[in-house]
Design a protein around this ligand. Structure first.
Ligand code: NAD
Length: 359
């Protein structure tokens, strides 16, 4: 019996996590789910975005299935998601983007893996607000030592990239590639402009690549060129490793290549703890409508099963998802040619069809 923390999350979170939980249970793997809150729901109930009980549960169980949690733009709290990743040192964000037969998409036969650094870069959350005394002090110091001057009415976001942080994500990416019979790893960066930060990321990646020479092919691309290449020839790429911000953006681009956010699963992995969650957010306009695609969350469940060593159950669940998508009958609106097609079924019913295939 495994013990897994379950965070339903906000918006469509409860619907998709429940669908995934039912599918995982239907594989026969015995899991005791410990349900806790985070985000807007937790704020309503416990007056805290990230209650201690939630943190303790993740720390104790070491595995969690998490629904999306809202992050308001601009004012208000910083991202709960980023806080969870940083608190538990979940430094690797793993996002496989695979096209399944039956999915309507501009592209077919795509099988990409995005490996995003999860703790550093502009996402480190080190920001200085415009107009604050502290910000003026920092701007003054920078302007004293830098040949290029920053306007005194600026706000600042810091982009830390370390040797330690880069080494562990690059190693993780190579080890993932080896363990999953992948052939090639592409490091994505903007080292021609950000010579010291992205430059360091690339330098460390090149050094570590030498250790894997002959086992995994290694190359690199500038982030702007990578976007062009992915739109033109996505089938040519295999595993991508990126600093945090580019990884975030490319994840959505790759989800678009395989049919949309409803199909893109993910995991945040550290040395001890792993949290499985879809790439998509809480899609508030669909909240409570039993409408959205549960596939991304169910495939995150497939990743969870693989992670705990239940590879057979994971394969069976992935095959069941695959079969339902291929048949194209018991699927949500986003699989249909016209999104308002009345033949589309609900989130819960699609999970039910997948469970039927597992019987
Ligand atoms: P979103 O991913 O929630 O939704 C964008 C659009 O994608 C939706 O309107 C919908 O058309 C489509 N979509 C998303 N999930 C789908 C699904 N399962 N099936 C079918 N279609 C789906 O992105 P957003 O609107 O930018 O963000 C909404 C909120 O979610 C924000 O508060 C954001 O901060 C948060 N968010 C949370 C996470 C997380 O918890 N990991 C990730 C991303 C965004």
């Amino acid at each position: 019996m495994y013990k897994v923390t379950l965070i339903p999350g906000d918006g469509i979170g409860p619907e998709v996590t429940q669908a995934a939980q039912r599918c995982i249970d239907a594989t026969g793997v015995k899991i005791e789910w410990e349900q806790v809150l985070a985000g807007a729901e937790a704020l309503k109930k416990d007056k805290e975005l990230l209650p201690q009980a939630t943190l303790s549960s993740i720390k104790k169980n070491k595995i969690a299935l998490k629904g999306p949690v809202v992050t308001p733009i601009g004012e208000g709290f910083r991202s709960v998601n980023v806080a969870i990743r940083q608190l538990f040192n979940l430094y690797a964000c793993l996002r496989p983007c695979k096209w399944y037969p039956g999915v309507r998409s501009r592209y077919q036969d795509i099988d990409l893996v995005v490996i995003r650094e999860n703790t550093e870069d502009l996402y480190a959350g080190i920001e200085f607000e415009q107009g604050k005394k502290q910000t003026h002090g920092i701007l003054e110091k920078i302007n004293q030592i830098s040949a290029k001057k920053i306007s005194p009415d600026s706000a600042l976001s810091i982009k830390p990239i370390s040797i330690t942080g880069t080494k562990r994500i690059i190693r993780f990416a190579f080890e993932y590639a080896l363990a999953n019979n992948r052939k090639r790893l592409t490091c994505v960066h903007k080292a021609n402009i950000m010579k010291f930060t992205d430059g360091l990321f690339l330098k460390v990646a090149r050094e570590i690549a030498e250790e894997y020479s002959g086992k995994i092919e290694f190359d690199d691309r500038l982030i702007d060129n990578m976007c062009l290449q992915l739109v033109k020839n996505p089938q040519e790429y295999d595993c991508l490793v990126l600093p945090n911000l580019y990884g975030d953006i490319i994840s959505d681009l790759c989800a678009g290549l395989i049919g949309g956010l409803g199909l893109a699963p993910g995991a945040n992995i550290g040395d001890e703890i792993a949290i499985f969650e879809a790439t998509h957010g809480s899609a508030p306009k669909y909240k409570g409508r039993n409408k959205v695609n549960p596939t991304a969350m169910i495939l995150s469940g497939v990743m969870l099963l693989r992670h705990i060593g239940e590879a057979q159950a994971a394969d069976r669940l992935e095959q069941a998802v695959c079969a339902v998508i291929k048949e194209g009958k018991h699927v949500t609106y986003d699989f249909k040619e016209k999104q308002d097609q009345h033949t589309a079924i609900g989130t819960s019913q699609m999970a039910g069809a997948i469970i039927e295939r597992l019987r």
